[in-house]
Write a new protein. Structure first.
Length: 167
């Protein structure tokens, strides 16, 4: 899954690429990682000085086979393609970049019914009930904590609120 996500994504900087590899590795190896088996996460890093951009997503026959359930791990009940646009970078601030990307992945899953269902399907009954009752903002925070990105998201939020301030 990580290789498919990276191969099909459009990443322009090594800094964002390295962050993305670590984030995906940590998410997929977490207890909630199996929730993403029905999702293909794609990332598009918008070039810094771009006044506009075009998102092209090429799908090969092998990718379509994965989406259609031809490989283990994907459900025949459906598949979701989620594209995360990275429109802002924080040069030299790895922890902040990771917090930004992890937050956006969590927000993508927590803000729509398909993502909520994917998460609820891998939770215990008690956790699923609590998760369903949360609003999208609380779900996002909950996912960030479960995936172990709280420090990175805190660094991201601090940078947004107080840019350039010494850490």
């Amino acid at each position: 899954m990580i290789a498919k996500s990276i191969d099909l994504s459009e990443i322009h900087s090594n800094e964002i690429g390295a962050c993305l590899l670590e984030i995906l590795s940590r998410i997929y190896s977490s207890p909630l990682g199996s929730a993403l088996f029905n999702t293909l996460l794609l990332f598009y890093e918008v070039p810094r000085d771009a006044s506009s951009f075009i998102l092209n997503i090429p799908f090969s026959a092998s990718t379509l086979k994965v989406i259609n359930g031809g490989e283990e791990g994907f459900s025949k009940n459906g598949f979701t393609l989620r594209v995360v646009l990275i429109q802002r970078q924080f040069p030299g601030l790895r922890k902040v970049n990771m917090g930004f990307i992890a937050h956006e992945i969590a927000r993508a899953l927590a803000s729509d019914q398909s993502g909520v269902k994917q998460i609820v399907d891998v939770l215990s009954d008690e956790e699923a009930t609590k998760f369903r009752k949360m609003d999208p903002r609380l779900r996002t925070s909950w996912l960030v904590k479960k995936w172990g990105f709280q420090d990175e998201v805190d660094a991201f939020q601090k940078e947004v609120e107080h840019p350039g301030e010494k850490k």
